[in-house]
Design a protein. Structure first.
Length: 237
């Protein structure tokens, strides 16, 4: 047997600028696909979140009670999202809360009066907003574990920018109540949530796997054979 007595290592510094990271999205297809799907999800969730947050005046007769209860819903959603994501996994958690939002939108469509100041629409929208808040919170963890360490800042910046654009549009969604039947905005919200569920379905589930450090790791974890590492014992010395 021959033992290596001396080994000289050469370290090459990884200096990446903004343009270099953008070029990596072209080179690594899985990272590009996941980032685009995440941007769609962030855009829609941001639009729905702020659409509800600025639309309570159209949904409920008591504006102050609406914002108080929605605040309590946010606290509940942020509290339950962590144990649930560890129980059923990252991707299933996002999909579950989005599906709850879809069901709540359909539940809010019938005209049912509950008490003097309460309607089925308000209660269903409050439940849907709570579920949507939990999905929004879970997206931060879900995105951070999908994106590689070297490009995580870039991916989160792109997704956050998409959510910001969606939030601008979502604020004006409450204006639809002025000239449309109230069921139309609810149907639009439900349809947009379905798009999010479909996008999340095509994303990988990072639960229980190692976090990728480079775009190469993303391709390897996705099973892309073109980027598989060299097997032990096959490399030439």
């Amino acid at each position: 047997q021959h033992f290596v007595r001396e080994c000289e290592l050469t370290y090459k510094s990884r200096k990446q600028n903004y343009l270099k990271q953008l070029k990596d999205f072209k080179m690594f297809p899985t990272m590009r696909k996941e980032t685009l799907l995440l941007m769609v999800v962030w855009f829609v969730v941001g639009a729905l979140f702020y659409g509800f947050d600025f639309g309570w005046g159209k949904i409920s007769a008591n504006l102050y009670a609406s914002y108080l209860l929605s605040f309590l819903g946010k606290i509940i959603s942020f509290t339950i999202v962590i144990p649930i994501c560890y129980w059923i996994g990252r991707r299933k958690t996002v999909m579950m809360f989005l599906i709850c939002g879809i069901l709540s939108n359909f539940l809010a469509m019938p005209d049912v009066q509950i008490g003097e100041n309460w309607t089925l629409q308000f209660i269903a929208c409050l439940l849907g907003f709570t579920a949507l808040s939990a999905a929004f919170a879970q997206l931060y963890l879900f995105t951070s574990e999908l994106a590689p360490t070297s490009h995580r800042g870039m991916v989160l910046s792109l997704c956050s920018s998409s959510a910001r654009v969606g939030s601008f549009i979502g604020i004006y969604s409450s204006l639809l109540y002025n000239f449309m039947d109230r069921r139309v905005p609810l149907a639009i919200f439900a349809g947009a949530s379905m798009v999010c569920v479909a996008a999340v379905f095509f994303l990988a589930d990072p639960t229980g796997r190692r976090i990728p450090e480079t775009p190469q790791d993303v391709e390897e974890l996705s099973g892309n054979k073109k980027y598989q590492p060299v097997q032990e014992g096959t490399a030439e010395l």
